[in-house]
Design a protein around this ligand. Sequence first.
Ligand SMILES: *Cc1c(COP(=O)(O)O)cnc(C)c1O
Length: 498
Amino acid sequence: MPLPPDPADFLLDGHSPNRYEGDLAGAIATVSRRLTNCTAPFSGVDHRAARRAVESIDLSRPLDDTSSALRELDDLYLRDAVYFHHPRYLAHLNCPVATPAVAADAIASAVNSSLDTWDQSGGGTLIEQRLIDWTCKRLGFNPQFADGIFTSGGTQSNLHALYLAREHALACRGVDRVEAVSRLRVFTSADSHFSVRTAARLLGLPAEAVHAVATDSNRRMNTDELRSAIVAARADGSIPMAVVATAGTTDFGVIDPLDEIADIVDRQPESVWLHVDAAYGGGLLVSPTRRSLLRGIERAHSATIDFHKSFFQPVSASAVLVRRAEWMDPGRHHADYLNPARMARAGIPNQVDKSLQTTRRFDALKLWLTLRVMGADAVGELFDRVIELASAAYELIATDTRFTVVTTSDLSTVVFRFAPSDAAELDPELLDAANLAARTALSANAEAMIASTVVDDRTFLKFTLLNPRTTLDDIAEVLELIAAYASAPLPAEPSLAS
Ligand SMILES: *Cc1c(COP(=O)(O)O)cnc(C)c1O
């Protein structure tokens, strides 16, 4: 009987090159096999059956070798995972990932740098800072004065930005904090991301603090409404703290009129923070043809960019950027054990003093390797392709009398609904259910993954296109399937449509 291995042999160090290479090679082969043989974005597995399989695993009995564990995982997870690289994955803001980024993630995990301080990351800190400067420059922020930090995602980036905005509003006015917080107001379009509302709540703002500004017929923030909402807020004693513009709404991919909004903010008698949530539209920063859609973003106090959406990066990779480094000061802190002030004075670089996180993954590395291998233009060209595809898909749907479509997109979504023009007298609730049933059937039959949303109280379907390999033929075929499923008699079981 072979001796059981010393548990320390499982640790990655200079004694384990064979195990390291073997484990990674096994993992790569397992994933590669799935990617090559993948015929659908999702198997359609029922969640109850999947749960039984996961629960049947006895975690107190390890398999001891990686290949057995990988075989088990292949069955348990990879077979029924949702594959964003598949051309029929049309649902949410998830992208196929660039291979240099995947390689970089493997390096980041193996070296395991923690990007809080220089003495835990060495050059990693500098690579992140360089990418922050690069992103600031693309935004039109002067990198000499600007700053930022990588975060776990747009949700955290928005929270961080609104935290800085709150501190800025309170500091500018020199008011009593406790009393003033209840009067702070945030103005954002009715279509902005829910994380803006969550952030306001976490920051102690009252429930009515976030004013949902109405959108115009193209679903952009209506600037007349914004202007009058700010005036009304001032009149009732509230303090306009921030305007959050969205550069690419999650549902419609439309960009708020950034320059006009910046004009309104600039004309306020007291400083109001402008945050641009470009979690989705950030990819336009590298677009060879569409960068101008972000015109005005350079006037923001802060911006959110999600590299894990339109830069084809693995989750997680996001950043919050500010036009003036000192605006990050309210978040700065010095811990004696970690980043004492004397180290900052000595000019030793660190990122932790401005981050909401302490231990933090080296997520910047994947963007770095992507830019060093592919270059920014190539990334932007991929984003351009899906934007063009969405525009062609819009034309296809808009001219098809079986569907109605909400609006054109600046980015890569299409929101539409099966509603045949010869069925105008149909009960809208039946149509809601028919559209949902079509979505459910596409997934259950392993044909495509699409999303649904609600527009003006009615159920709509949504394509979010982030895969440059998806073709207009894919879209046309999925539309035929939707029409067929949605016009079939509704199943008696209402839960099927939920
Ligand atoms: C996706 C998205 C977010 C949230 O970002 P996460 O990375 O999912 O946390 C915020 N704002 C907009 C506009 C988004 O599309």
